[in-house]
Structures are given as structure tokens and as C-alpha cells.
Design a protein around this ligand. Structure first.
Ligand SMILES: NC(=O)c1ccc[n+]([C@@H]2O[C@H](COP(=O)([O-])OP(=O)(O)OC[C@H]3O[C@@H](n4cnc5c(N)ncnc54)[C@H](O)[C@@H]3O)[C@@H](O)[C@H]2O)c1
Ligand SMILES: [Fe+2]
Length: 400
């Protein structure tokens, strides 16, 4: 393909895909702060629902993090059933088990309670149930006719922003791929951002998931589908992460920092719902699907490398972020500001204990990873396409 053809092809793919995403999307009603899960539970009671399926994972269930919410739901007159079979990066089988549990327990609604994995599984359980479909039948864009059953979300990590997005990511352990379910009805009716639930989130998960939020904020902001709305949320999320992530990692009991990170995550989710993500996610998804690298960790490892690669294509936008976040002054050149921002990302990664390399990438897998990542990345509105050689260099740079 010549350079001119590449440019035309890039524009065509962008405009086709943008017709799907660049539309107003619903936003969930949000309760924020300590005790907000109790407020959410009362709201669920007012929806007139009878029995809700709480979708979560076993470690969280065993930790007792759910207890206050279960009690509040009972007090609001809503019976509960628990499906705690979610594992990180949920598969179609996990979703199908959740759908079976929903029917067995005669529920009429779904509450996601946990990190992005529980929220994504719950989204597809709510959609599949309404459509009498299994998870496989929900895959793709708008594959189902009927909207999801009433669906609510309580994130217990601060990073994915999945409680704000219309996407659920489902992993396939046989093909080592991650597939998406995309439907505006996956946006919950209401969500609670309750920092109290995040007190016990281990430091390494706080760090990795927090960098997922920063990646959403930056990739949406420098991408080509940004709007005033997504720029607002993207910038606000960047500032919240730079101001609070290190403190949330140092002192997990600092509920102010936890709440700010929950908000950063939510804003990042609102931003990517219209503006999507970029090559950090395209590569990270494939490292997750192939080797089980946690989503946030993959993003954290890749973010500074991709910014180094795209810095000349997104200088003005990266400079805006630096100024907005107090990393530099408007009087400095955009190039100098961009340098400062990328250095700040490297420094934040180091401060919160993100490693610079991973030993999971096998040399014989690299060409396949490049093909998969560039195919996925070509669907995102990045400032430009990256080449095979550039992608290879990034994978080599993060390999130890
Ligand atoms: N739908 C979207 O818009 C979207 C966006 C980004 C990522 N994702 C998906 O989200 C998933 C990753 O989610 P994640 O990063 O939140 O991790 P996760 O949900 O996989 O959870 C990671 C671990 O943290 C534990 N945990 C969660 N909350 C805890 C708490 N408060 N205290 C103690 N332990 C806790 C869980 O038990 C689990 O072991 C990936 O599958 C990714 O593809 C989805
Ligand atoms: Fe993400």
C-alpha cells in the first residue's frame, strides 16, 4: 500500500467506525462517597425490583466486602442471590454459568460488584438473560434485540471505568483472544463509587488498575474522536490520577485518594465510551489474552512506550495534558511539555512499583502478537497507524 492509499484507508476505517461510536450515549446515575452503596441499594429498592443477582468473585465475597450492600438491599426490600464464580478476564463459560444461576434463582435484575472482570461478566449475564441467549450469542456490536434486564454496578477497583462504558470484554482461552460485546444497554442504570470498599485493594492492583484509568484518559484525549465532552473527562481523569494514585498506593486507607481514583476511573470510562482507546490497549489486550497479563499492568508497561512513539503526532494534546495537570507551564514549548509529561508517566510507574519489563513474552509469539495488535489497533482512532517494526520494538523493549 502506498502512503496515499494508507492515508485514505485510515480515513475510511475511521469514518465507518465513528458512525457507530460518535453518538450521545446514556450515562448511569452515580452515587459517590463513603456509604454510597447504601444509597444505591435504596435506589434499587425504589425501582420495584424483587430479587437481584449479585455478580462477583469469590475472593471479594470471602473478604466480606459485600456484606454492607447485601444488608442494605435486604432493608430496601430486595432479595439477593449471589453468583461468585467470576475469574479475572471472564470467559463465555463463566457468563453462561451466571445466566444459569439467574434463572435458577428466579431473579429480575443484576448487580455487578467487583472489578472490571465482575462488571463485564455481569453486563453480558444481564444482556444474555433478557434475550434468552448464551454469551456467544451476545458477542459483537448490537447483536441482541432486547435490552438487558435492569442492571447496576459497584466497582471495587479504580481503573476500568466499566461502570460507565457500553462494552464488555469476554476472553476466549482457546483462541487466546478477547472479544467485545458492544451495546448501549450495557451502561448500568445506576452505579456507586464507594471508596470504603477499596480500602483493602492490594497495592499492586491499586497501581495497575490506576494506570488503566490514566491510559483511558490519555488515549481518548489524543485520539481522533475526541469531543469537548470526552476531552473534559479525559483531562479531569489525568489530573486526578497524577494527584492521587501514588498516595492511594502508599496509604490504602486514605479514602479521599481512593474516592478521587474511583472518580478518575469513572471519568476515563465516560471518555472512552465515545472516544475509544488506542495502541496501548490493542497490545495490552493481546498480552492479556495470550499470557494472562492483567489488563492494567499491560497498559502501565506499554503506556510510556506508545507515548514515546506517538509524541510527534500528538504533541499539542500531550502538552495540554501536561499544563492541565500542573506538570509544566503554558510558556514552555509543546515539545518540552510533552517530554515532561512522558517523563512523569515513567516516574509514576516507578513510584508505584510497576516493573519496566515482563518475562512472559516468548520470541516465537512476537509476529503473531504484532498481527493481532495491529489488526485491533487499526480499529481505534489513534493519532496514526503504527508499523510492524514499531510494534516489534515496543514488544522487545518491554521483554526481559
Ligand atoms: N468494559 C470495559 O469498559 C473495560 C475497560 C477496561 C478493562 N476491562 C476489563 O476489565 C478486566 C480487568 O478488571 P480489573 O483491572 O478491575 O481487575 P479484576 O476485576 O480482574 O480484579 C482483579 C483482582 O482484584 C481483586 N479485587 C477487586 N476488588 C477488590 C477489593 N476492593 N479488595 C480486594 N481485592 C479486590 C479481585 O478479587 C481480583 O482477584 C479485564 O478483563 C479487562 O479486559 C473492561
Ligand atoms: Fe482499559
Amino acid at each position: 500500500m502506498t502512503a496515499v492509499h494508507k492515508k485514505l484507508y485510515f480515513r475510511l476505517r475511521q469514518s465507518l467506525a465513528s458512525t457507530l461510536f460518535l453518538k450521545p450515549q446514556p450515562k448511569p446515575m452515580v452515587f459517590i462517597g463513603e456509604g454510597s452503596t447504601v444509597q444505591l441499594s435504596k435506589a434499587i429498592g425504589r425501582f420495584g425490583l424483587r430479587k437481584i443477582l449479585v455478580v462477583t468473585d469469590k475472593p471479594l465475597h470471602d473478604l466480606g466486602v459485600l456484606d454492607t450492600t447485601l444488608e442494605a438491599l435486604q432493608q430496601a426490600g430486595v432479595q439477593t442471590a449471589i453468583f461468585d464464580g467470576v475469574l479475572p478476564d471472564p470467559t463465555a463459560q463463566i457468563v453462561d454459568n451466571g445466566i444459569a444461576c439467574y434463572h435458577q434463582e428466579s431473579c429480575d435484575s443484576v448487580l455487578a460488584f467487583g472489578g472490571g472482570s465482575s462488571i463485564d461478566a455481569a453486563k453480558v449475564i444481564a444482556l444474555g438473560t433478557a434475550n434468552n441467549s448464551d454469551a456467544a450469542g451476545c458477542l459483537g456490536i448490537g447483536a441482541c434485540k432486547l435490552p438487558a434486564v435492569p442492571f447496576f454496578a459497584v466497582p471495587t477497583t479504580a481503573g476500568t471505568g466499566s461502570e460507565a462504558t457500553f462494552i464488555a470484554v469476554i476472553s476466549n482461552n482457546e483462541t487466546h483472544s478477547k472479544d467485545a460485546v458492544v451495546d448501549p444497554c450495557l451502561i448500568p442504570k445506576a452505579a456507586a463509587l464507594d471508596p470504603e470498599l477499596m480500602r483493602g485493594l492490594p497495592k499492586h492492583i491499586t497501581a495497575a488498575t490506576g494506570m488503566d484509568a490514566l491510559t483511558h484518559a490519555i488515549e481518548s484525549y489524543i485520539g481522533r474522536w475526541e469531543t469537548d465532552d470526552t476531552n473534559y473527562y479525559g483531562l479531569a481523569a489525568c489530573r486526578l490520577v497524577f494527584d492521587n494514585l501514588a498516595e492511594a498506593c502508599r496509604n490504602g486507607d486514605n479514602l479521599q485518594a481512593r474516592e478521587s481514583m474511583a472518580l478518575a476511573s469513572h471519568y476515563g470510562g465516560l471518555a472512552i465510551t465515545n472516544a475509544l482507546v488506542g495502541y496501548v490497549h490493542a497490545i495490552s489486550h493481546n498480552l492479556g489474552a495470550k499470557y494472562g497479563v492483567p489488563h492494567g499492568l499491560g497498559n502501565a508497561l506499554l503506556l510510556p512506550h506508545i507515548l514515546e512513539l506517538l509524541k510527534e503526532d500528538a504533541t499539542e494534546k500531550l502538552a495540554d495534558i501536561a499544563v492541565y495537570c500542573g506538570i509544566g507551564e503554558r510558556t514552555e514549548t509543546p515539545t518540552a511539555l510533552t517530554r515532561k509529561l512522558i517523563d512523569q508517566v515513567w516516574a509514576l510507574n516507578d513510584e508505584i512499583g510497576i516493573p519496566r519489563t515482563t518475562d512472559v513474552i516468548r520470541t516465537e509469539d512476537i509476529e503473531g502478537l504484532i498481527t493481532a495488535a495491529l489488526t485491533e489497533g487499526g480499529n481505534y482512532p489513534s493519532p496514526r497507524f503504527i508499523t510492524k517494526n514499531e510494534c516489534r520494538d515496543v514488544l522487545m523493549a518491554i521483554s526481559s
